[in-house]
Design a binder for this molecule. Sequence first.
Ligand code: MSP
Length: 709
Amino acid sequence: MTTFYVTTPIYYANSLPHLGHLYTMIVADTIARSKRQRGIETFFLTGTDEHGINIERAAERNQRTPKEQADYVVSYFTKMTSAFGLDSAHGGYDIFMRTTEPFHYQGVSELWRRLTKAKTPKGRDALYKGHYEGWFCAPCAEYKTEDEYAKAANPADPPTCLIHETKLDRISEESYFFRLSDYDEALLDLYESQPEFVRPEARRNEVKSFVAGGLQDLSVSRLRSSVSWGVPVPDDPNHTMYVWFEALSNYITAIGFGYEQQACAIGLEKFWPPLPLVGKDILRFHAVFWPAFLMAGGVEQPRGIFAHGMWLDPTGRKMSKTLGNTIELDVLHRYFSIDAIRYFCLREMVFGQDGRFGYENLIERTNSDLASGLGNLSSRTLTMIHRYCEGRVPSGAISDSGRLAAKRAGVEDEAAISDFISHARDEFTRYFNEFAFSRALEEAWAVIARVDKMISDAKPWDLAKDEKQSETLRAVLYRAAESLRWLCVLLYPAMPNASKDIYLQLGLGDKPGATNPAQLTWGELREGTRPGEVKPLFPRIDKAKTMEEIKNQKSEVRYQKSEAAETRPSERVQVGDAQTGSGQHTTEAEAVPGVEGILNYIDITDFARIELRVGEVRTAERIPKADKLLLMTVDIGEDKPRQILAGIAQYYEPESIVGRKIVVVANLKPRKLRGYESQGMLLAASVGEEGKPVIATFAEDVPNGARLK
Ligand code: MSP
């Protein structure tokens, strides 16, 4: 295998990114990095699905054009991918595919044209025009059969979608149909001949039984008069292509199907077939419809489709805003390092099964596995090299005479540790190739535990006191450093930042991803290498404090009435349906952060809403029975000074601040504190554990009332 192609689903452009999106991208990114590290030219695709009635409706609600709506959501997606280090600039995806791009229109039209000429395996036309009458769920972008909706109590009312609990649309119109019913045997043959076509095994069985149960033809167009936001059917512009047909085609159009320029830039021949990663809720589209479309289009099948599970909350419930158990991306980003999040996602969810995601678990894992585990091993090893070996990686060799002394100190032969780590590398790679990331990481952590034990047993701090044990001391530190080098290379795809940091600290440069793990050879860490400065990698997180902060932030986000929440009802939610049979619902549409919450970005107009002015403190006094508050009058260039209260009394004497120039938030809504109205707020830095306030001030003379911009 010289090339590899990995894809995530393309995400609906009607709602903002959430944990589910982040997760698949992290997995795809990890796989892509691991392939590249093994010298395989890799193409990683992600992007947005921008057409369809959902986006049209979201745009309408927000008084935008559909394209503006898509651009708006895409801007959040690109911010998210950049903030989490998943974009091309950070070595992540190669293309952020948008279905509104011309190459996609061209490519998908070409596929349609092929279908118009194609015969089914049973010799009939693959595409035909007919008439559709049925119930359509816009959020699912799917027609519903009787067992997929709940009838209304009043027969005159429309039924509701079992997933979204929203009313279905009655559709009765001319439509193109794809003759899916003729593909059952061909699909079953495909699942037989390519046993890994659908993974994991349990999902494969579900897909097989769905197909074996008989397939119905699929309506693949809507009248342009009902859905205009989409790709027009070639030579029949009264019809718009069905959004799933069009969206699934992204995997081929992105790399050049039906569009010469894109084909030259990337290359279908070069990268096809892909490994699509999808959530189990959208497996049927990928494992049944898409292969049938490809058969009709004469395109080779994917190398296999992997369906991952859903993130639930720590008690196993689906995530939803109403339950208050969602994971906000901006909160995640603020409190946790990217690698801690990546590690958690890969370690905690057995790939293919559902997993539980909670801030508490994330903090616990970060503290135990990263701060006390990997981070501590790295810092203690490097600190001791600085302390006992003059800042250079020592020789690991033990002379014959030294061997006895080493034995006496309980230090085993070098082969024991090198064999252990080589075996762990092989297992790690095997698991990685099977996408068993959690198991692979367990192997790496077994190495950490082993090296930690070696250090604790050998006690370098005691060895350093005994001249006769200098070889033993050096050997122990060499082994620890060499193990760390191996760990950096192994862990690079999963934790690119931490591996790079440790690699740098070891004095080996910043490219652990440039070494193929298969080529790791024990002993290649050169004696004399100069480790750099030791920096903490994963500071311990104070669980109680952080949980309290997160709780407060979460409620802030929840109470923000965001535009995104209004666009939300149309987002697709997970369904435990007959095909995937999970019975689990997952992250609901509303389980995404508010617009304001996303990764802390504000734009200039948001900033302009805050009126910051220079003020001069005229008077300041303490308030009886309020230890923390100072009552001040502050001149901000208005007729009368403002009365402002500030929680700085424990750190500033009233008289020390009279006459000081300060920064005042002038348009903060007045509020009462201890019976006094505060008509603004002063700005101060919050310093140290106890949050000591340090008032912001000016080095130059500035007039009262001047605006800060
Ligand atoms: N646009 C379609 C996909 C078209 S691909 C040709 C779509 N988009 S989506 O925005 O709804 O993305 C859904 C993806 O996010 C799915 O893969 C889904 O499984 C995933 N997740 C949504 N909630 C999730 C969790 N709680 N946990 C893990 N993944 C989740 O469907």
